[in-house]
Ligand binder design. Structure first.
Ligand code: NAP
Length: 276
């Protein structure tokens, strides 16, 4: 049997086990996926355990995405640029790290957008780990510009500097982002503002949003944040974090098994879990 899993701390809330196990079952694969709670002080031993136990693939979640790099044999280009790993493949004892978060978001955005992204102006709100992954993926794919707004502006400046090797864009304040919101075709909340239980908070006022703007929120709990609700009221095309979650999982599944999972079925499983 192929054993797969996710390491994090805490990790009991992860929806990855049910999403992957449903898929293994549906595809009649002899495989099982489980969640491993790994304390940061035991990360190195946990990674050695992957080799010793012949675990075929592992997802990595908070707080290990950056620290894990030190214990891997190799990381791919995307993970290097993002500076974090969310997927490990065990190739005969060689542990290869990659990052499917950014590409996962990009795939879900392309599915929603239909039109090419090359001429689009993008605003990213937030400059943490998730922002880094999606900014790099979108920048490498190619858009007209990516501006980044964040509560701590110095973090936005750092991320913009990194992204500027691939794409134009500036760091701006949240206030300036709100003032100039009508200039953007795609607006993405990557902060945790609005996540349950703080469902009455919003990362950005949307009065100046233009109709038809794509507005994404990486949060999926709740499925429709206040930010998305308000954006929809102003005529935006909205998208929650389920698409990114499913796509990042599907990309990992493909890397490990060489088999493309059924995205529709995975989405249904996740929505069922979330009560949507
Ligand atoms: P992170 O590295 O801790 O970054 C958090 C970001 O949120 C920072 O930009 C931070 O701003 C901002 N922030 C936090 N509290 C704030 C507040 N009260 N007011 C204003 N800004 C605030 O976290 P992350 O890993 O990037 O995750 C961010 C969100 O993305 C989470 O909700 C997570 O669940 C979601 N996510 C979703 C998926 C998916 O598959 N859908 C995947 C990964 C993450 P400062 O820099 O000023 O602190």
């Amino acid at each position: 049997m192929g054993v797969y899993g996710v390491i994090g701390f805490p990790v009991s809330q992860s929806m990855s086990p049910i999403m992957h196990n449903q898929e293994f079952q549906a595809l009649q694969m002899d495989a099982y996926y489980t969640a491993f709670a790994v304390h940061p002080s035991q990360l190195e031993q946990a990674i050695e355990g992957i080799r010793a136990l012949h675990i075929k693939g592992i997802n990595v979640t908070i707080p290990h995405k950056v620290a894990v790099i030190d214990y891997l044999d190799e990381i791919d280009e995307e993970a290097r640029l993002i500076g974090a790993v969310n997927t490990i493949k065990n190739e005969n004892g060689r542990l290869i790290g990659s990052n499917t978060d950014g590409e996962g978001y990009l795939r879900s955005l392309l599915f929603l957008s239909k039109a090419p992204l090359a001429t689009k102006k993008v605003l990213v709100v937030g400059a943490g780990g998730a922002a880094r992954a999606i900014v790099i993926a979108i920048a490498r794919h190619g858009v007209q510009k990516i501006d980044i707004a964040n509560r701590t502006i110095s973090k936005a400046e750092q991320l913009v500097k990194h992204a500027n090797q691939f794409v134009a864009g500036s760091a701006i304040s949240i206030h300036d982002a709100e003032e100039h919101l009508s200039e953007y075709d795609i607006v993405i909340n990557t902060t945790s503002v609005g996540m349950s239980p703080h469902v009455t908070d919003s990362p950005l006022q949307v009065h100046n949003l233009k109709r038809g703007t794509i507005v994404s929120d990486l949060i999926y709990n709740p499925l429709t944040t206040l930010f998305l609700k308000q954006a929809k009221e102003r005529g935006a095309l909205i998208d929650n974090g389920v698409g990114m979650f499913v796509h990042q999982g599907a990309l990992a599944f493909e890397k490990w098994t060489g088999i493309s999972p059924n995205l529709e079925r995975m989405t249904k499983t996740v929505l069922n879990e979330l009560g949507g």
